[in-house]
Design a protein around this ligand. Structure first.
Ligand SMILES: CC(C)(COP(=O)(O)OP(=O)(O)OC[C@H]1O[C@@H](n2cnc3c(N)ncnc32)[C@H](O)[C@@H]1OP(=O)(O)O)[C@@H](O)C(=O)NCCC(=O)NCCS
Length: 176
């Protein structure tokens, strides 16, 4: 992708040598508590950095030269609809970087003709849904026991609720 520069950040493609810094946050059980995968080891992060370097859905977010997290934006099954996600290193949280990065990427997506951007999160993940609301996204659903990423020791799925959020192009402040 063409890099995006915001007031404080640069959004760029991943690079194969981003594995170490990816591991610094994806290896942290607290960071991935609400993610489908558990903590990632260094080898997995090296693989992911290499794969993401060729995968435009994953966008690395840098403050200066430091990779502080990533935003995910992928085409959803519905027409002209994109699904947003984000994971940031906790050492760089609480400064608005995730909001600034997500806003810039959604700006570009609507400018390119998207109709709707959607996102989901676990209701217990308050930092995530507060971010979605800071972006101006609307909570459209509270789905009960609609998702499962883990199994109990007996192998049974552990179900959890899910919020669904969305915003339309005509509701987005910088839309053409
Ligand atoms: C979800 C996640 C990215 C949110 O991180 P965050 O630090 O809360 O979000 P931001 O970077 O946008 O920072 C917002 C905070 O910075 C504060 N802030 C400081 N300066 C700011 C600025 N210039 N602009 C905006 N906010 C600013 C805000 O007030 C807010 O703090 P508050 O929540 O105490 O009110 C982070 O918790 C995370 O990576 N979690 C793990 C992965 C995850 O669960 N991802 C979502 C899966 S659905």
């Amino acid at each position: 992708m063409d890099p995006i520069t915001t007031e404080r950040l640069t959004l760029r493609d991943f690079r194969p040598d981003d594995g170490a810094v990816l591991h610094a946050y994806l290896g942290d059980p607290d960071v991935v508590r609400f993610e489908p995968s558990g903590p990632q080891d260094r080898a997995a992060c090296d693989r992911q950095a290499a794969e993401r370097a060729d995968d435009p859905r994953f966008v690395a977010v840098c403050h200066g030269d430091v990779l502080v997290g990533h935003v995910y934006l992928a085409s959803a099954p519905q027409p002209l609809t994109w699904e947003l996600g984000f994971v940031f290193h906790p050492a760089h949280g609480g400064r608005g970087y995730a909001t600034e990065a997500a806003r810039a990427l959604v700006d570009r997506t609507f400018a390119a003709g998207a109709h709707r951007v959607v996102a989901g999160c676990d209701p217990r993940n308050e930092r995530s849904w507060r971010l979605l609301e800071r972006l101006g996204m609307r909570r459209e659903a509270h789905l009960v026991e609609a998702a499962t990423f883990r199994t109990a020791p007996d192998g049974a799925p552990v179900w959890h609720d899910a919020y669904r959020y969305a915003v339309l192009a005509r509701e987005w402040p910088t839309s053409p």
